[in-house]
Design a binder for this molecule. Structure first.
Ligand SMILES: [Zn+2]
Length: 471
């Protein structure tokens, strides 16, 4: 409403030098604590990543690295205990199942301090196997360095999710530290694995493998959740890079339109000034929803709008729309993961349902996050341009991710309804319904490819459509 009245008032008035700025988000102010204390408090970070993210990120590299040495190494030790000596882990000790606690043993039952030290001892024993052979030790060290580098590189992928409004390098440092903080949580799956090895499993190796597979997928999902939550709150300065005043510019070529009126045309490319006015760009339905419940229909509405409207990104308001767009993307990832799980089940059936569902969801979300983060970083030329507008647009583009799966499920459902289509006929005597059903599958695959091409084309056109936004 305000846009239409604004443009009516401004009718034939010359455009100003700068557009009025939107009210800035209130930045979270980090509490200062000595770094050893912050490092010791890592478990609080796992419980409240959103609330504590800015404070832990602000504690600096020393705290993040100390926390990693303290918690991550101990967590990996817990995993080694689960594999090598499950009877001496925390879980067996706390439940009274350690050797000597209830059942007779030739050894004395372990003391509390021994149990505390077991993970580190288990790590030392594993390392001692390798020390005998120089090249194995080198390989082990290379693995550790590789994992650390992968964690820090993971910080790059977090940058589009954790915009602080600061320069990209500062944001990157902050994101890399948050990734290190997230890695301290490995202690939790370590303890769960001890429990699985001791109490689960039912004696069958397959069953235990499957449970650890579920645990791994669940941990990947939890890690990603920690990671996205922790960078979510704005912690930069109040007048950040992203909040600099915008000049009125031609959406076609970027020519500064100050002094021209809406009846004029751009002197550079002859696009009408009217088509560059900010009133044309609007937030999508999802960003306008006020209640949690109201977000469900608007999520689907926005999803359809992205896929169907050819000019969605040309009409998308970028200013102040970042948080809602990120929320939308997180929902879209989850939706795509669930659709992928259903599709897998519909095409091949489940061998072990829980693991297959977890695996499909976790793998889809991981790949989806990577694809959208890399797209944002490439479009913003790795920070040579402000990242926020590109992130906002690409987050809405993720609406495409579940679509091929939805189409495939539809095709499979129709193919299943044709009687006799699922029976495998003799190769020399294929019946007509079998041919029809397989033809439909082929058609489904073709639709899949076409949709993929359209989605990719729309992604590639985003930079052109939001290059000179007035809003
Ligand atoms: Zn122009």
């Amino acid at each position: 409403m305000s846009d239409t009245t604004l443009s009516a008032e401004r009718r034939a008035e010359p455009l100003p030098e700068f557009w009025p700025t939107m009210p800035a988000e209130k930045p979270a102010r980090a509490i200062w604590l000595p770094w050893p204390i912050v490092a010791a408090l890592a478990p609080l970070f796992w419980l409240m990543p959103k609330r504590l993210g800015p404070h832990f990120a602000a504690a600096g590299w020393r705290a993040a690295l100390a926390a990693q040495l303290l918690w991550t190494v101990y967590g990996i030790g817990c995993i080694v205990v689960a594999l090598d000596a499950p009877n001496y882990g925390w879980v067996t000790y706390v439940t009274g199942q350690s050797p000597g606690q209830q059942q007779p043993s030739i050894w004395e039952s372990p003391t509390f301090s021994e149990i505390v030290r077991t993970p580190l001892a288990a790590l030392a024993i594993r390392a001692s196997y390798h020390i005998e052979r120089g090249e194995a030790l080198l390989l082990g060290l290379a693995k550790i360095v590789g994992i650390e580098l992968a964690l820090i590189a993971g910080g790059w992928l977090l940058v589009p999710f954790a915009l602080s409004g600061q320069s990209v390098w500062r944001t990157f440092g902050r994101c890399a530290r948050l990734t290190l903080w997230c890695s301290t949580s490995v202690i939790v799956p370590g303890l769960v694995l001890q429990g699985i090895v001791v109490f689960g499993g039912a004696g069958s190796a397959d069953y235990a493998d499957n449970e650890s597979g579920i645990l791994l997928c669940a941990y990947v999902l939890w890690f990603l959740w920690l990671w996205i939550c922790s960078g979510q709150r704005y912690a930069g300065p109040a007048d950040s890079v992203a909040r600099q005043p915008r000049r009125p510019q031609c959406e076609g070529c970027g020519y500064i339109l100050t002094g021209l009126t809406e009846h004029d045309r751009c002197p550079e490319c002859a696009t009408s000034v009217e088509s560059s006015l900010p009133g044309r760009r609007k937030p999508p339905a999802y960003a306008e929803a006020r209640s949690r419940l109201g977000r469900i229909p608007t999520f689907l509405q926005t999803q359809i709008a992205v896929v169907v409207e050819g000019f969605f990104f040309r009409n998308l308001a970028l200013d102040g729309g970042y948080s809602a767009a990120r929320r939308f993307a997180v929902r879209a990832y989850l939706f795509a993961g669930i659709i992928m799980a259903v599709r897998r089940g519909a095409s091949y059936g489940f061998v072990s349902p829980l693991y297959d569902v977890f695996f499909a969801v976790a793998a889809t979300i991981l790949v989806a996050i990577m694809v959208s983060s890399i797209a944002v970083l490439v479009m913003a030329r790795f920070g040579a341009r402000p990242i926020q507008p590109y992130a906002t647009a690409v987050f809405y583009w993720t609406a495409w991710l579940p679509i091929p799966g939805v189409v495939m499920i539809g095709v499979l459902a129709v193919a299943r309804c044709i009687p006799g289509s699922l029976r495998t006929p003799h190769l020399w005597n294929p019946n007509a319904t079998f041919l029809v059903a397989n033809g439909m599958r082929g058609l489904g695959f073709l639709v899949y490819l076409v949709l993929f091409a359209i989605a990719l084309w729309q992604l590639c056109r985003i930079p052109e459509q939001i290059r000179f936004p007035n809003r």
